[in-house]
Design a protein around this ligand. Structure first.
Ligand SMILES: [Zn+2]
Length: 422
């Protein structure tokens, strides 16, 4: 349980049974408010023939079409500057950012409660000295982390990106204990410290790192955790939509902050999927200043509703499983080639592989071609492990595995889809 309840928002530990009613209250409130105050949302509901009074439960959201994240730019162009999405006058905003796109992005005048929760959950504590290396230039990252850290009671060094040598010096001289930034920049900082003659583990006081805004492969996480003995937190968010998930000491997925309502949906139908099934992350913001309803992130994930021993009762995203645009559906399940490549990388005797999807008698067939190391002592055990791991991750069975001589697989595509739909 939480060792310090002061910084813990009661809401994170609400009884699991209260979560449904909580979200339904929030949803009804935000839909009513947004319909009267956000021209974009009014147009979206009117276009779909949905009345605000018809949205009573989370399930009712399925009536509302999903707006892809990339449409925000189009909406802003048609109706500048904010696409009719912001409900307060520009004079009452706190900050305006320009996200890649370019998209105008706003921050309202209340503090970033999501970030406070996230930093606390990841191990940051009041009084910690934290180097914030997210960019402060035009983008949300630097500022929202800064606000979250200050609200938690940390001391922030507003570093931004770059000046690596200076950042190393400051971290060393001030005995900085926390870092917030991208995984790749963090690695650059560590390597620079080593190039400057420091032993990073011995000469620095760094304990916690909040890393985000970039793909963060498990192999890189292990380097931080094992080689440098750091506590590395996992978070998920996007530049336009902010924080969408944060890890806790259990390191068993990312809790979904209570300021947003998240659905995992079938990207083809927009229907909500149950826990454990991979689908698109669709987000509804419960923020009155910018009430965005059903924005599709284009990211794939799956969630669990199992209780987390940390005491937070929110659902957790198990992992981010790639992009909707890259997946192939096999027997109703999404297969993400990159994710399979990561899985295969944990089985080093496999030197190369390719998946082939075909169709036989109205059934999808999934075959694997494998190139294996020579003189493998126990081939069957390896194949069993591949079968098992693949089913755990993709929730679909491999029909056939064919072992081929090294160098046979010429095509660099990890998944070959040979199905025709005539
Ligand atoms: Zn937890």
């Amino acid at each position: 349980m939480f060792e310090d309840k002061r910084f813990f928002h009661k809401i994170e530990g609400m009884a699991a049974a209260e979560r449904g009613p909580y979200y339904e209250r929030q949803l009804r409130r935000i839909i009513r408010y947004a319909y009267s105050n956000s021209p974009a949302l009014r147009a979206k509901l009117d276009g779909a023939g949905v009345k605000p009074s018809q949205i009573k439960t989370v399930r009712d959201l399925e009536r509302i079409p999903i707006t892809p994240k990339d449409d925000i730019r189009r909406l802003q162009k048609e109706n500048p500057p904010f696409g009719g999405m912001v409900t307060v006058p520009i004079s009452r905003l706190k900050r305006i950012f320009v996200s890649p796109g370019p998209i105008y992005d706003i921050e309202a005048r209340d503090r970033n409660i999501g970030e406070v929760k996230a930093f606390y959950a990841l191990g940051f504590r009041p009084g910690d000295l934290v180097m914030n290396s997210f960019s402060y230039h035009m983008t949300r990252g630097g500022w929202s982390m800064d606000e979250g850290l200050i609200a938690l009671g940390c001391v922030v060094i507003a570093a931004g990106v770059g000046n690596t040598e200076l950042q190393v010096q400051v971290m060393h001289d001030l005995k900085v204990s926390g870092f917030s930034g991208t995984p790749s920049f963090f690695m650059t900082v560590i390597k620079k410290a080593e190039a400057m003659g420091y032993d990073f583990r011995r000469d620095f006081a760094l304990k916690n790192a909040y890393l985000s805004a970039e793909p963060f492969p498990p192999s890189l996480r292990r380097v931080f955790e094992v080689d440098y003995a750091l506590n590395v937190g996992e978070t998920y968010g996007t530049a336009e939509l902010g924080l969408l998930g944060y890890g806790c000491p259990q390191k068993s997925g990312m809790h979904i902050p209570e300021e947003i309502l998240m659905e995992i949906v079938d990207p083809k139908t927009g229907k909500q999927l149950p826990p454990g099934e991979i689908g698109e992350v669709v987000m509804t913001s419960l923020d009155k200043a910018i009430p965005i309803i059903r924005i599709g992130t284009g990211d794939l994930s799956l969630y669990t509703d199992e209780p987390c021993p940390c005491g937070r009762t929110s659902h957790r995203l198990v992992r981010i499983a790639g992009r909707v645009s890259e997946v192939v559906k096999v027997r109703g399940m999404f297969i993400q080639p990159k994710e399979v490549a990561e899985l295969v990388a944990t089985l080093p005797p496999i030197s190369n592989f390719q998946m082939v999807v075909s169709r036989s008698g109205h059934r999808d067939e999934l075959a694997f071609k494998l190139e294996l190391a020579d003189n493998l002592p126990d081939r069957d055990a390896l194949l069993d492990e591949l079968h098992r791991k693949f089913q755990d991750v993709c929730r679909v069975k491999i029909d056939r595995i064919e072992c081929v001589p090294g160098g046979t697989i010429k095509d660099s595509k990890k998944l070959l889809d040979t199905r025709t739909w005539e």
